[in-house]
Design a protein around this ligand. Structure first.
Ligand code: AOF
Ligand code: ZN
Length: 351
């Protein structure tokens, strides 16, 4: 009994937070923090999406999010927002989706900003696995007398920053495969010149997906058949993904778009050392989400080697005349959602 009490006393408030029950209002504040974090999507890598709201007298008085790489962290933007609106932050509660940082990086530490703003309590959704943070942010706040609670909507926050968490753990990108098929599961129509068979609105959704990916990978066959650009054109973006072409026999045309449009491409020829080594190399380049856009041979290689984390199947109701069927083995996957992209129905599977 005594032992138990002692170990209880050793538990930090933050740890006790795991056993907390949270009020509906608290859920709502954290949900809002997760929602505003989305505003940084496609702009913050290799950092995670992070959102923060400041609450005083049961009301959200300010909001902030990590908007772009090198920009303010969420907590600092929220404090700035409060000041701009003329609110006194003293004694307010910060709801933040990630443990506040305590290091001088591209910005000064958020812990200092929170202390300086007189924040009375910090509620955190998810710890920061970054080795330079990892619990340090929480202990610094607690040592300064700020109450800290963790674990509110932790799973939702983890889902939002899953590629960051994956990369922190494995030092490899989270791999998303996207493939479009006709009504019978065919990926191409050989009776026609290469071309898209999905709707324009669907393509726009694909460009949104591309914007959220740091790199896009295809094999040599896809380059030779489609001459794709593999960039983001249909929506605004500050950055273009790195193109990665698997081409061990050096077969792609030097005039192809990926080699001649001036955007960055990693053309892996004799230096191709297999897919796992390619993922390691991309992880070293801080690529956190890789989009594999085909074709069927490349996708099947990724599947066979167990390297796919998410599979996005875009289903068109068109029918190919000279079909190329591709039997993707999705037996280890579970469908997590179904969406509509333009005229196409889209099934999303994860492991
Ligand atoms: C926070 N709030 O909004 C974010 C955090 O290079 P920096 O200075 O931008 O720091 C990046 C690291 O800080 C990132 O890897 C992650 O551990 C943390 N991100 N922390 O307190 C934020 N975006
Ligand atoms: Zn920070």
């Amino acid at each position: 009994m005594l032992l138990l009490l002692e170990s209880d006393a050793l538990m930090s408030n933050a740890y006790l937070g795991w056993f907390m029950t949270w009020s509906e209002a608290q859920h709502e504040y954290m949900r809002r923090a997760i929602e505003v974090a989305e505003k940084g999507r496609g702009q913050v890598r290799p950092n995670p999406l992070v959102g923060c709201v400041l609450v005083k007298n049961d009301e959200i008085i300010a909001e902030g999010w990590h908007d772009h790489l090198g920009g303010l962290h969420a907590e600092q933007m929220a404090i700035h927002d409060a000041e701009e609106k003329g609110h006194n932050t003293n004694g307010s509660v910060a709801y933040v989706t990630l443990e506040p940082c305590n290091h001088f990086g591209r910005t000064p530490p958020c812990t200092e900003a929170l202390l300086w703003a007189g924040i009375g309590k910090v509620v955190i959704a998810h710890g920061d696995p970054n080795p330079i943070v990892r619990g340090n942010g929480i202990s610094v706040l607690e040592e300064a007398g700020i109450e800290v609670e963790s674990g509110l909507l932790e799973k939702d926050a983890a889902m939002q920053m899953r590629e960051f968490l994956h990369w922190c753990q494995y030092r490899r990108p989270f791999v998303t495969v996207k493939v479009a098929v006709d009504a019978n599961g065919s990926v191409d129509d050989l009776s026609k010149a290469a071309g898209r068979f999905t709707s324009d609105e669907c393509l726009k959704e694909v460009h949104k997906l591309r914007k959220d990916c740091c790199a896009i990978l295809v094999g040599a066959n896809t380059v030779n058949r489609d001459n794709p650009s593999l960039n983001v054109r249909l929506i605004e973006t500050q950055r273009q993904p790195l193109r990665v072409i698997i081409d061990p026999n050096n077969r792609i045309d030097t005039n192809s778009n990926v080699l001649s449009d001036g955007l960055e491409t990693k053309h892996l020829t004799e230096d191709f050392r297999g897919l796992p080594a390619t993922l390691d190399m991309l992880g070293d380049l801080e690529i956190q989400r890789l989009l594999v856009e085909g074709g069927p041979d490349t996708i099947n290689r990724f599947l066979e080697e167990g390297l796919v984390d998410e599979f996005i199947l875009v289903q068109s109701d068109s029918t190919h005349v000279d079909p190329v069927s591709a039997d993707f083995d999705l037996s280890i996957f579970t469908q997590i959602s179904e969406e509509t992209w333009g005229k196409e129905s889209v099934k999303i599977f994860t492991r």
